[in-house]
Design a protein around this ligand. Structure first.
Ligand SMILES: NC(=O)c1ccc[n+]([C@@H]2O[C@H](COP(=O)([O-])OP(=O)(O)OC[C@H]3O[C@@H](n4cnc5c(N)ncnc54)[C@H](O)[C@@H]3O)[C@@H](O)[C@H]2O)c1
Length: 328
């Protein structure tokens, strides 16, 4: 996924800069006056899985105070190990000949991350809460109700959902003006993009604060409306599904399609390699949800082949087999 995003070689640099300055000026023309800007220092991240641990690492690396929350202590411990390992890699590049500097950097960054088992307690002093729990609306509603009662009134809430409606997630809170989306990409420390999502209720001050927070993490932010899949997944998931349907019709093998898209379109990964990387279970979950929402839309039509692989537990890279087999 990383490659596709960074391969924006179709736009010349000039066009990109012009587009960016146009976008920035339209964004700034209605941005929040300095005195109304919320100051974000304390970040609470709920869900210490793949995404939450990556977000915690990047926030701590950029000097934010982080509380990382998970309902399972085992996941908090695993996250800590994963973050330290990832920071070790960063430190080796940052301080190639300075082992002392390197270990100080890792220890200092780790010291900014506190662990917590209870979401309400974790949100008590937060300026910004980022939710990165399992992709399930009922679970997200339950969590946001709980933290809405516990977090300071000024605290901003953001969800990292990939496919659910930000408006619907935020609807259970009494602070829909302070609710938006921050959609990070996996792996968070490596991927440069954040999609910043505003709903019709998100205030300008909240939106500006989310955007600026993303930039303070050293990421490139793009502005998105609250539509299924935002920008990246809305384009990628139908593309991957269409590739699967193409092979179902016998018009090419996964290998042929992947080779064609890499060599013919210049993509760094073919759609089947990409689907295996994203996870076939995740891909199925997203397409099924969108199909339920818009069952007449041919782009959101489910695939028997995908359903069959998921049924067999072939989820892609993470399970050792998807469209391709992977060595352990
Ligand atoms: N995996 C990706 O590539 C990706 C990319 C962008 C966004 N997302 C989104 O990010 C979110 C998290 O995805 P992930 O891949 O990190 O999932 P994950 O399964 O790796 O981690 C989820 C974590 O949330 C914890 N959790 C669940 N319910 C909780 C609760 N009520 N309170 C506290 N902790 C709770 C679980 O114990 C688990 O550790 C999802 O909404 C997903 O759609 C995922």
């Amino acid at each position: 996924m990383a490659g596709i995003l960074t391969r924006s070689n179709m736009l010349s640099n000039t066009c990109r800069l012009a587009a960016r300055s146009l976008f920035m000026s339209s964004r700034n023309s209605q941005s929040t006056p300095a005195e109304d800007k919320p100051d974000i220092r304390n970040i609470t991240i709920i869900g210490a899985g793949l995404m939450g641990s990556g977000i915690a690492q990047v926030a701590a690396q950029n000097d934010f105070n982080v509380v990382l929350v998970d309902e399972e202590d085992e996941y908090l411990q695993k996250a800590e190990v994963a973050i330290r390992k990832s920071l070790d890699r960063v430190a080796k590049k940052k301080f190639p000949d300075e082992p002392k500097g390197s270990s100080k950097f890792v220890d200092d960054t780790m010291s900014k991350i506190k662990r917590q088992l209870y979401p309400g307690k974790g949100a008590e002093n937060a300026d910004l809460v980022i939710e990165a729990i399992t992709e399930n609306m009922a679970a997200k509603h339950k969590l946001f109700k709980e933290i809405d009662a516990a977090a300071p009134a000024s605290c901003i809430f953001a969800s990292n959902t990939s496919s659910l409606s930000i408006t619907e997630i935020g609807s259970v809170t009494g602070r829909q003006d302070k609710f938006g989306g921050l959609h990070f990409f996996n792996p968070v420390p490596v991927m440069k993009l954040i999609e910043v999502i505003r709903t019709e209720h998100t205030s300008q001050a909240t939106y500006d604060a989310l955007f600026r927070f993303g930039e303070d993490l050293g990421k490139e932010c793009v502005s998105c409306g609250d539509t299924p899949g935002f920008i990246v997944n809305r384009l990628l998931i139908p593309y991957m599904m269409d590739a699967i349907r193409m092979t179902e019709r016998g018009e090419g093998t996964p290998e042929d399609v992947d080779t064609a898209m890499k060599l013919g379109a210049g993509y760094p990964m073919g759609p089947f390699e990409l689907a295996d990387y994203v996870g076939l279970d995740t891909t199925k979950f997203i397409i099924d949800g969108w199909h339920q929402m818009e069952n007449e839309n041919p782009l959101f039509k489910p695939s028997e082949k995908l359903d069959e692989l998921v049924q067999q537990g072939k989820f892609g890279r993470k399970s050792g087999q998807g469209f391709y087999k992977y060595g352990k």
